[in-house]
Design a protein around this ligand. Structure first.
Ligand code: ZN
Length: 166
């Protein structure tokens, strides 16, 4: 199946993964990023037409799919580590070389940064003006989350328009 994969196979790729992942907990699958895996594979396949590193990553990822049921077993720490390391390297390559990101990643990142910055600012403001800390920090948190959510959304939208999300 490795070579005949195309966009309309995304669903069947998900089926294969779900089938192989039967018995693994939902949380476990989410934690290990299996949700992203089918989209990652299609992106690598697409990039692979022009990039040899992506082509290699695609083949490697398909090999992992073949043994995904082994990877989720809690006692197979070695193969699991190898899988996480490889996927990490592949994601890094996509970001660095192709400027492509998994859906939602930048949104989450922008949201957390904005939240942290707003809390720090209100914390400093509250200490200088001797305001009620708890109230100010709650306010900072709320402002940070709202701004971060919007900024993150705008940024992800622009990435989507440039075909830089998968
Ligand atoms: Zn590449």
């Amino acid at each position: 199946m490795n070579q005949s994969l195309n966009d309309k196979d995304l669903a069947s790729l998900r089926d294969i993964l779900n089938d192989k992942l039967k018995g693994a907990s939902f949380v476990e699958s989410r934690l290990m990023g299996f949700e992203v895996l089918p989209r990652l594979i299609l992106q690598l396949k697409k990039n692979g037409e022009a990039c040899s590193e992506c082509r290699e990553a695609y083949l490697k990822t398909m090999q992992f799919v073949d043994k995904i049921n082994l990877i989720v077993k809690p006692d197979n720490i070695l193969i699991r580590k190898e899988f996480e390391k490889e996927i990490g390297l592949i994601l890094k390559h996509l970001k660095k070389t192709h400027k492509i990101f998994p859906k939602g990643e930048m949104h989450t990142k922008i949201l957390s940064i904005s939240m942290a910055v707003a809390i720090v600012i209100t914390f400093v403001y509250a200490s200088i003006n001797r305001y009620n800390f708890f109230k100010m920090i709650m306010l900072g948190w709320a402002i940070g989350v709202s701004i971060g959510f919007l900024l993150g959304k705008v940024y992800e939208n622009s990435l989507r328009k440039q075909n830089r999300l998968f």
